[in-house]
Ligand binder design. Sequence first.
Ligand SMILES: [Zn+2]
Length: 473
Amino acid sequence: MLHIHNTLTKRKEPFKPLDSRIVKFYVCGPTVYDKTHIGHAKTYVAFDVMRRYLEFLGYNVLYIVNITDIEDKIIMKSLKTGKEWHQIADENIVDFFNATDKLNIKRAHIYPRVSEHIEDIIKFIEKLIEKGYAYEAEGNVYFSVDSFSDYGKLSNITREQLKTFEEGSGKRKPYDFALWKKAKPNEPYWNSPWGPGRPGWHIECSVMSSKYLGSQFDIHGGGEDLIFPHHENEIAQSEAYFETKPWVKYWIHTGMLIMGKDKMSKSIGNVITVEELTSKYDPMEIRYYLISGHYRSQLVFSEESLKHAKAAYNRILNAISNLNQIKEEIYGKYKATDKALKTFYEIIKLRNELIEAMDDDFNTPIALAKLHELTSLVNKEILKSPEPLTVLAALKAYEEASEIFGLFEKEFRKGEGREEQLISSLINLILAIRQKYRRRKEWSTADWIASELRKMGIELSDMKDKTLWRIKL
Ligand SMILES: [Zn+2]
């Protein structure tokens, strides 16, 4: 059974969604003032793997990621560059989708944008005022933290710690936070019962998540830097509004990507964008790297560790590709020796251990280690004396892993199109010709064919009496 570490209770809990078949899943998405960097990518890939695993377990997952398209940083950039705020947002939304598509992150079902939900936000705030949880002051609206007795239950922040917070225009307590911000001169604004202004950051997630997922849902995710104040404030707003506790059953937070000594962030300037990194590495190598540690751990970025991950990823990819090539030939050649049977059970054991690791709070490093054990078995045993029993069981285990991790998918889609089949046949024909030269010991011609193929990006590995190949993109 799947167990998830819940930030709300600070422990691992068995996963039981509110409805046994549907998982309602909301993740705090990007503030689109700049390009998507690999720190963001770590978070989105982590949640993508969780979503894929839930789908693998048979749940229907309703997955929502919001887009913050109006916010201080976007306004600041607009004032600095002279570009309209929505133009800045639109450009960076395109970049966000480019980056997440490249990394094979499944698209969410809905990407609600703040600027398209202003009416809903205003109505939500009006009700909070009506219920006595919020108040208007000088054109702003604040949430009264003292009115919500559970405040601090997610982040464990105390009232004492909160007292050091900034005083603001008309705030009753320094730690009250803005639901509606009065527009300053030259800022974009919407009209409201409290005058022209725009929503605060926290309220948007309370409003947009409940609009699509209802007054209570299963999973709310985000980077660990959002626990306070963002998620603490979301809980206060939503539980005050809906009077349902807990508003969200499982809170999941991901560890940050560290660059040098600090977390990767635009404001520090230690940023590598997904666009930059994918020009140097295969996006699947980057994806593998990002899930090579546990999602709750920090990942200290270095090129060296990325190169390590690249080699590890390709080791598995090669094994799958080699198995795929001998698959067709060995059909019908059942020997089912005792040794093969033993290997078969070993494959099943590793497959089950991979699932157990994922069930334990999505433990991808252990799950990937199981995949490497399988790969050693493939290279040492299965490829040397291939039998349908072992080859097909190993491929099945890889295919499941591919579905869960969102990696190696090309290997399982290969050969579907007519053109791909033709390319495959042609490469096999060339290799058969080369084999003839090898048998006649005409090495220079055989080597010339091999080197020409390699130049085209076709990798070869010579076995005893045949040559395996794969196209390296
Ligand atoms: Zn949020």
